[in-house]
Design a protein around this ligand. Sequence first.
Ligand code: TYM
Length: 278
Amino acid sequence: MSGQREPVRIFSGIQPTGRKHLGNFLGGVQQFVEGQHRGDAVYCIVNMHATTIAYAPEALRERVYDTQALLIAAGVDPDKCVLFRQSDVAEHGVLCWLLSSVTAYGELGRMHQFKEKSVQQRDLVSTGLFLYPVLQAADILLYQAQEVPVGEDQRQHLELTRNLAQRFNARFGETFTVPRIRVPKTAARVMDLQDPTAKMSTSARGDAGTVHVLDDPDTIAQKVRSAMTDSGREVRLSPEKPGISNLIEIYAGIPAVDRRGRGAIRPNDLWPIQERRL
Ligand code: TYM
């Protein structure tokens, strides 16, 4: 025996939809970069998940490249991790189907993300949207991931993944590693700057409360300055002060190197775009 421990297997995914925002960066991508230096990291651009709501094929194809460029600009290094497009590995769909036989219908109906997204669909609530968490479980279990770095909003999907792995193992014999969630210590759930009771997202609410990673510096400064805060002058973390608490979390979540005495968050600090051939 060499005595050397196997590196931890890390897996995570990101959708190539919408405009990526500060929540995605602090909750997800920043952890991707950290993980590639610590373990055996596999990251996936989940374009099949993106087909669960209305989409234009051409635009989706382009967005996969945009997302890849953003990840690389943020420091995800294909020489240090595996970075790939979900639809290039057909087994994701195959395992999703096999896992569906150990997934209860009622379990999927209780998923918060399904409930939120299904009411936003105008024409059709697809079966794909319902099965979204099963495909996510397949992504993770396929690679025997031990650790899944995500934002707090993904906790319920991770709990389902663990349940499906355990159920499958109990029924068919030890097959899958039961993964654990890894959320960042700060800014695990970045809230909307205009409505600190709702999570920051690319939603129909409008984008005054969402800092997009490609917003220009003036727009970002403007959004942060006009963030909704709470009554009273005290600056402290508290559930009674969701607005200020959100700003403190964001400030704490941004790497120290990007905070040196500068007034505004600058996109080049968040996504230090380097000239690289993709
Ligand atoms: P996506 O693309 O919607 O989100 C990517 C990452 O961003 C995190 N995130 C947030 N973190 C903090 N505050 C927020 N307001 C916020 N909004 C989003 C998400 O938690 C995520 O880490 N379902 C996944 C995609 C996926 C996946 C997987 C993830 C598909 N298969 C397997 C892990 C493992 C998602 O929501 O992507």
